[in-house]
Design a protein around this ligand. Structure first.
Ligand SMILES: Cc1cc2nc3c(=O)[nH]c(=O)nc-3n(C[C@H](O)[C@H](O)[C@H](O)COP(=O)(O)O)c2cc1C
Length: 203
């Protein structure tokens, strides 16, 4: 990946629900992704329950998921909170992609998290569990801003568009930080700063 190459982000949502607020948040992220990045999405529907007997030769949907994660420069995980943690669908997909031991697709990936909930904490507890998992998965999460879309029914319109301006602003900032973080981890931080300096001097 060079400075002129777009950062490829893979995004997936921890809800399979047709009218999911989190799927809608992921669509908003596609609208708000910076110009020097692209956001492709993957639907976890179709990933079967984890069975360690199959981890050496996993089902096709899991192979595809792992391959998409590997091709991506960075990840965006958008999830609801279920019973104070991440939904089983998301944990299941993470478990598959982390296995077999020594073949963890998440290894060394920059990642950003966002969540939407109908409640007042916006899925915060699920995000903190993802941060905990990131330690063993060896992912590198963006710290700030934390995007918790609280009281979700008030923040999206009937067509599922994120209409709340503050949420859009924070999500756009998170994506910008993810792209900058990814470039920094790939050693482009100094190069990028120098390019900006040249642009400023030339203007
Ligand atoms: C099994 C289950 C557990 C839930 N637990 C929580 C919870 O712990 N915290 C919370 O804020 N919302 C919880 N909710 C409500 C979700 O915020 C709400 O269903 C939300 O719409 C789910 O996200 P989605 O719209 O992307 O599917 C729960 C919902 C379900 C179905």
């Amino acid at each position: 990946m060079s400075l002129n190459t777009k950062v490829r982000i893979l995004g997936f949502a921890g809800s399979l629900r047709r009218n999911s607020y989190n799927k809608a948040l992921l669509r908003a992220a596609q609208e708000l992704v910076p110009k020097d990045a692209i956001l492709e999405t993957f639907d976890l529907d179709g990933i079967p329950p984890f069975n360690q007997d199959l981890e050496q030769n996993p089902p096709p949907a899991v192979k595809e998921f792992k391959s998409k994660i590997r091709q991506a420069d960075a990840l965006l995980i958008v999830t609801p909170e279920y019973n104070y943690s991440v939904p089983g669908v998301l944990k299941n997909a993470i478990d598959w992609a982390s296995r077999p031991y020594g073949d963890n697709a998440f290894d060394d990936k920059p990642v950003a998290f966002a969540s939407a909930s109908i409640g007042m904490l916006g899925g915060a507890r699920a995000q903190y569990h993802l941060r905990q998992m990131s330690v063993f998965l060896n992912m590198h999460p963006v710290n700030l801003p934390e995007v918790f879309v609280t009281f979700a029914p008030q923040k999206f319109d009937a067509s599922g568009r994120l209409t709340d301006q503050d949420s859009r602003k924070f999500l756009a900032q998170l994506l910008e930080n993810l792209v900058r973080w990814t470039r920094r981890l790939k050693g482009q931080g100094k190069e990028e700063a120098r390019k900006k300096e040249i642009e400023v001097m030339a203007s």
